[in-house]
Write a protein that binds this ligand. Sequence first.
Ligand SMILES: Nc1ncnc2c1ncn2[C@@H]1O[C@H](COP(=O)(O)OP(=O)(O)O)[C@@H](O)[C@H]1O
Ligand SMILES: [Mg+2]
Length: 504
Amino acid sequence: MRRRRVTVAAGFCFSFFMGTLLNLLFIPGFDHHQQREQQQQNGVTRSLLDPSLDLQEETPGSALDLARQLRERYEEVMRYRENRASGSAAKRLVRPLERRLMDLAQWASSEHLHKEQQQRGDLANALPKSRIDLALRAPWLGCRDIGNVTDLRYLGSGYTKAVYKVVLNGSVAVALKSVDFGGHDIENCVKRFGAVEDCYRLASYKLVKEMILLQRLQHPNILQLYGYCYQDSNDISDTLTTIMELGAPLEMIQLLQTSWEDRFRICLSLVRLLHYLAHSPLGSITLLDFRPRQFVIVDGELKVTDMDDASIEEASCSRNSDCFMEFPARNFTLLCSVEGRCQNMNEKRNLYNAYRFFFTYLLPHSAPSSLRPMLDVIVNATGELRWGIDETFAQLERVLYLYKSGLYLQNASHAHKAEYRRVPDTSIVEENYKCWPSYHHKGCLLSVFDLREAIEVCESHSQCKAFVWTNQTTWTGRQLVFFKMDSSRVVPAPDKITYVKVTG
Ligand SMILES: Nc1ncnc2c1ncn2[C@@H]1O[C@H](COP(=O)(O)OP(=O)(O)O)[C@@H](O)[C@H]1O
Ligand SMILES: [Mg+2]
């Protein structure tokens, strides 16, 4: 009876935890977009408007309103384009896209976009009709490369875009991103304005913005842009497809089941990314939509894919209370600088989001016990925003150093009870038992720093009677070791070493 009550209570706690987790991970995205739409509907973004537009005649849902949004979005793209990165490499990369944008600029500054036509609501005529060919040069991929793809597979979609995996030339797998005609963004826009082509254009500027950012920001934790293609589709001219590095959509539930070492890698990648974003060539960049689904995994590393909600504007202020940051569980008021900017707001928003979506779930849980106090300090300091990104970055790199160098083991002083006999070039194939979190779903495969740590692990598992030193290492260079429950069937295996427990 008592056991049943305990089981029910444990079940309840588990569902509460999962419920909270799912809420945290998935719901805020809708808040974000709804909030943005709300802001636009409330006219909060009107400060960005071109004064030449006659606001008096603009009503939500009108052609003028759509024209205003198109123009705002277009101007934002131009701001990102014009904020030049230093260095000839960045300039070289940007060139083909700039040409495209220059064509768009001609369109925007032409007579067509101006008042008279907008008031007629005849926006379609203001959009570029002709296709503009771009000189795509190596190493850029273009329309030719994606004309004949194989193994097309849907990967995912968000509010605006849909992403597919394809194989080019029967060999290289890449991701193709385009505006999702069936997505919420287009759907809501068409419901409101009834103009598919203009709504497409509005959404595609997000993709253009993302493309500019992906090529101007070069970092191992930002997905590589390989190229792009403009082509007519769905009766719309010049629809855009971007070609980018392929990743695997991030599954938080799966990540929670992996080893601490792999979860630490995700947090470290994230902190390295945020450190770069805080000091980027474009200024300090914040990711306004920070949910885990904006990131993908490539070879165990976290990389950001969704950049259309990135922003470089630091909020302006006249007093501290203007620098208010609101999160579901906590609020912060940052300092207003003498220059009238909220100090480090972009960096701190990123950092708190990293804390609430990643660190709390991934960092401390099942970490080596000697690293746990340091990790707790990192989690607490970021959760209270006591540290900036530079300090957080330095602390995580320090944890990596302690882990990789084996220094974290120094205080472990378990006296070994058993002796182990070394049998070179052998292995034990069966005799698996399960342990957690194992690198192998059927057996107990764990990473260790050295033989001493492998013995300690074996001593701590009651089933362990032997272990096999494999020829594989993890991303930190640690050795992968298979722990086994019986040592009677040792077989030849080059490059492996079996250690058999002989006493104790
Ligand atoms: N390069 C990629 N490789 C694999 N999956 C990706 C890639 N880029 C995006 N995705 C998946 O597609 C989804 C939608 O892409 P995203 O750019 O976030 O679109 P949206 O702006 O609509 O949110 C992402 O949540 C992610 O799971
Ligand atoms: Mg997204």
